[in-house]
Design a binder for this molecule. Structure first.
Ligand SMILES: *[C@@H]1O[C@H](CO)[C@@H](O)[C@H](O)[C@H]1NC(C)=O
Ligand SMILES: *[C@@H]1O[C@H](CO)[C@@H](O)[C@H](O)[C@H]1NC(C)=O
Ligand SMILES: *[C@@H]1O[C@H](CO)[C@@H](O)[C@H](O)[C@H]1NC(C)=O
Ligand SMILES: *[C@@H]1O[C@H](CO)[C@@H](O)[C@H](O)[C@H]1NC(C)=O
Ligand SMILES: *[C@@H]1O[C@H](CO)[C@@H](O)[C@H](O)[C@H]1NC(C)=O
Length: 434
């Protein structure tokens, strides 16, 4: 998707996991690669410090709004603003949905701060409501809010079964179910493909746009499938699966999918497509759905789609965009969002391909100090306006998977520590606001 993702906390959590794993490595390995345990623990401490820097300042200055604006100590209600350029249909006294708190719950559990986790859960149970006249983007609301609530619910269940305190009584799951039920009207189209936008209180609005993206229709199955499995209500998974099947039925004879489409007619609008913005998470969700639910249907779709991408979009280690009808190249550009691909290749087990594509993103990262939003492959230069790095977590996630899968083969401990240190240094030196 084109809109910015909640990158900082997610990337920090991944780094933390990678560093913690490395810190736990045996002392012999540590001395062999020259990165001692003490240094790793220091870096781990830095990651924890950064998490609290972000979290505490959000709670102090922006909560219960969605996100902190660090330069002004103001806030933004990003859930209803993402992709909503004209800020249409926002109620006057709207206070957001505590989005950063929801997204931080899982990090609090990873850091072992159950007191703060419980405090967050109590606040959300008592004060969060979705009965608001706000038009939100279905995709963003699904991956961030529904996904955040469901993963925190699963973690809360895990630890309350160990602690037997009885404070946790499925409050997050009830919130998730309430939210999920507000998604369902978006799927009431002749094709089953959902509208991109939904009003949380009133459903699909009059004159709503019928244009959406492939990721908008194809990145719902993990959260909505999990919601059905957890509640026993099959409607969420059924709606998301119907949309995914319809999307896949629209593929070209080359097994490629376009990037934008019309939800009423089920026709493609944009035939030029790649693995970046507008399509990326369609591929990611297919393989992750196969891993999560184990159904061969997801594997069959993923496998055909993956082979087509490797055949028509790949040029050496790079991925360009192409017309899905002819396979002819349309745009030659590397985008920051594409950096999820080596992670997908690792999950699939195509480690040799992951090695190659990861290396190219790594080289571009090294050349510019961060991954630029858009880099023009045919000219070998940055895109004139899209030079920024909006803290996207894709490259960190791919690095983490590749390291976990191939320890010592493609990336040894020393390389992962260096890369982790590299991410951390950039986040602290260039991005952190004091
Ligand atoms: C938002 O917060 C303000 C100030 O606390 C409050 O007056 C208002 O009622 C809240 N709006 C909603 C929709 O709850
Ligand atoms: C948990 O988080 C809160 C809020 O940042 C903090 O005050 C508290 O010290 C943390 N507790 C632990 C054990 O880290
Ligand atoms: C819910 O919000 C109110 C108003 O801000 C606050 O006083 C109350 O403590 C909150 N509930 C919880 C459980 O934190
Ligand atoms: C819907 O769009 C049409 C054509 O632009 C316009 O005439 C009509 O007033 C709109 N209706 C609403 C409810 O906005
Ligand atoms: C990874 O790529 C490099 C550079 O092409 C190559 O030297 C190395 O053998 C590859 N490693 C694996 C495990 O494929």
């Amino acid at each position: 998707m084109r809109s910015p993702r909640p990158a900082r906390l997610a990337a920090v959590a991944l780094l933390l996991a990678a560093l913690a794993a490395a810190a736990a490595a045996p002392a012999a390995a540590a001395s062999r690669d020259g990165y001692g345990r003490a240094r790793r623990l220091r870096m781990r401490g830095k990651v924890v410090e950064m998490f609290y820097h972000a979290y505490d300042n959000y709670m102090a200055y922006a909560f219960p709004h969605d996100e902190l604006k660090p330069l002004t100590k103001g806030f933004t209600d990003s859930l209803s603003e993402l992709g909503n350029l004209n800020l249409e249909h926002l109620p006057q006294d709207y206070n957001g949905s505590a989005l950063t708190l929801v997204e931080s719950l899982s990090s609090l559990v990873v850091l072992g701060n159950l007191t703060e986790f419980d405090r967050g859960v109590s606040w959300l149970s008592e004060n969060l409501t979705f009965d608001v006249d706000a038009r939100v983007n279905l995709f963003e609301c699904n991956i961030r809010l529904l996904g955040g609530l469901i993963s925190a619910h699963i973690l809360a269940k895990d630890y309350s079964s160990q602690n037997k305190d009885g404070v946790y009584q499925n409050q997050l799951l009830h919130l998730a179910e309430n939210l999920g039920s507000r998604f369902l009207p978006a799927f009431e189209t002749p094709t089953g493909l959902p509208y991109a936008w939904i009003n949380l209180k009133y459903g699909v609005m009059e004159n709503e746009t019928t244009e959406t993206s492939t990721s908008g229709c194809g990145s719902l199955i993990l959260e909505m499938g999990a919601l059905s499995r957890l509640t026993g209500d099959p409607r969420y998974e059924a709606a998301a699966l119907r949309a995914l099947r319809k999307l896949w039925s629209m593929r070209s004879s080359l097994n490629l999918v376009g990037s934008t489409l019309d939800v009423l007619s089920g026709n493609w609008i944009e035939y030029s497509s790649g693995i970046g913005a507008g399509v990326d998470s369609f591929y990611e969700y297919l393989i992750k759905a196969y891993i999560l639910f184990g159904s061969d249907e997801y594997w069959d779709m993923f496998h055909s789609a993956y082979l087509a991408v490797q055949k028509y979009f790949r040029h050496g280690p790079w991925y360009h965009e192409a017309d899905i009808r002819t396979g002819e190249a349309t745009h030659w550009q590397l985008t920051s969002l594409q950096a999820f691909w080596p992670g997908v290749q690792t999950l699939l087990g195509d480690v040799a391909a992951a090695n190659l594509s990861h290396r190219e993103f790594y080289n571009v990262w090294q050349r510019f100090g961060v991954l630029p939003e858009r880099y023009l492959l045919d000219y070998g230069i940055l895109h004139p306006t899209e030079k920024y790095y909006p803290l996207r977590p894709e490259f960190a996630e791919s690095t983490f998977y590749l390291y976990q899968a191939t320890k010592g083969v493609i990336m040894n401990n020393r390389q992962i520590i260096l890369l982790g240190f590299f991410f951390l240094k950039i986040l602290i030196k260039q991005i952190k606001i004091i």
